[in-house]
Write a protein that binds this ligand. Sequence first.
Ligand code: 2DT
Length: 237
Amino acid sequence: MTRRGAFVVVEGLDRSGKTTQAEIMRRRIQEGGREVVCIKFPDRSTPIGKMIDSYLHSQSDLDDHVVHLLFSANRWEFASTILSYLEQGKLVLCDRYAFSGIAFSVAKSSQTPISTEGHLESSLEKLSPITLPWARAPDSALPSPDLTLFLDISPEVALTRGGYGEERYEKADMQKRVRNVFEEIGRQVSANAGEAGDGRWVVVDAGRDMSAVTEEMWGHVQPLLDGVDSPVGRLWE
Ligand code: 2DT
């Protein structure tokens, strides 16, 4: 029986070099004669992706829960495509996935804004904050990665790399909260993970020079190049 391809996710904070590293990884895998497909979330090309893009550029405002569900729906749009690539034996390399969805929504919701009068805002959003279990639910049963590489960088080092960009979440305080939620997600994923390559969450120190990060990532991906025997798992199941 031929083996299925491995599903590898690269997660990380802004300025962690995530997208650059994913591209280096793609080239290396291809140069080694293996088939690899790169996917990025959010995928802004679909109608749902366009709504997300407009939101991220602050051209539209949406309730936090709605945004969360849109990001998840955007992943479901590609779930069967991911499965079919894996069945064809291709390695799927994914730039952000459900873990970003949870980290950003929960981090955003953990803000406690103070109104100009000094009272806590009592909008519906604050009455029903996005909790971790709530945030996990819409993504449950999506294809589960065999390996997640989390590129970790401190907000201080991110600032030395030119700071953050123009989009909605690219601010130092938000990035700090996102990092904390990612840490908690990592603990939860690790608690569920099996043997090497079987749903592992690996924290990579992305504050180092680019080639050191590439080599560490490569060390984790290399054992998966020949494919995986076990069936594709389902997220949070
Ligand atoms: P990029 O800069 O990588 O294009 O991401 N985000 C992403 C969410 O809030 N929820 C999600 O489910 C995903 C995948 C992270 C754009 C921003 O979108 C955030 C940064």
